[in-house]
Structure formats: structure tokens, C-alpha cells
Design a protein around this ligand. Structure first.
Ligand SMILES: [Zn+2]
Ligand SMILES: [Zn+2]
Length: 97
């Protein structure tokens, strides 16, 4: 299946950042960025890549931050601040605010 269950290893993640294929958000260091990535990946695994609004399941699932990362960078890796959404439900969620 196309769902990637194993997280990207740290050394490869660092290469992606070096090559500009992954951007550190909100001024995070590569170390912090990897921790956020891992927290989000583990959240996807724990919730079986399933949208909590509509039940879509698949690799396009995204982790939405209830308190937006720009507003609360301290909650960027906090799973209590996560919501697992498909792209469609994610867009709707952002339009609400
Ligand atoms: Zn959905
Ligand atoms: Zn979001």
C-alpha cells in the first residue's frame, strides 16, 4: 500500500532540509523540525491515517494544528493540539477561522 508507516530516518530528513526539499517552519532548527515531524507521523500511525471528520483513510492525510503553529510554536509537537484531517476537511477547517 502507499501509506508510509515507517518514519523518514533522521539522517535522510536532514538531507532533505539541506537540499531544500523540506522547509523548517516557524524558524525551527532541523532538530526541532524532525521532532515535530516525528510527533505528527506517530499521530498518523496512532489514528490509522484516518480523517476524524469524514473517515477518509489514506496517504494524503494531514495533521492539523488546532492552535496554529505560527500562533503557538510551543504546541507544534503536542499531540493534544493535533487533529487528523483529509485535505478537503483540512481546507474547511481553515476556512472557519
Ligand atoms: Zn475528511
Ligand atoms: Zn491546519
Amino acid at each position: 500500500m502507499s501509506i508510509q508507516k515507517r518514519p523518514i530516518p533522521k539522517h535522510i530528513f536532514e538531507k532533505l532540509i539541506e537540499r531544500g526539499r523540506w522547509r523548517c517552519k516557524n524558524g525551527r532548527t532541523p532538530e526541532e523540525e524532525y521532532n515535530v515531524y516525528l510527533a505528527m507521523h506517530n499521530f498518523k500511525l496512532a489514528n490509522d491515517f484516518t480523517c476524524e471528520k469524514c473517515g477518509y483513510r489514506g496517504k494524503h492525510i494531514t495533521v492539523h494544528h488546532i492552535e496554529h503553529q505560527a500562533d503557538r510554536p510551543d504546541l507544534a509537537a503536542d499531540e493534544n493540539n493535533f487533529q487528523l484531517l483529509c485535505p478537503e476537511c483540512h481546507i474547511k477547517e481553515h476556512k472557519k477561522k
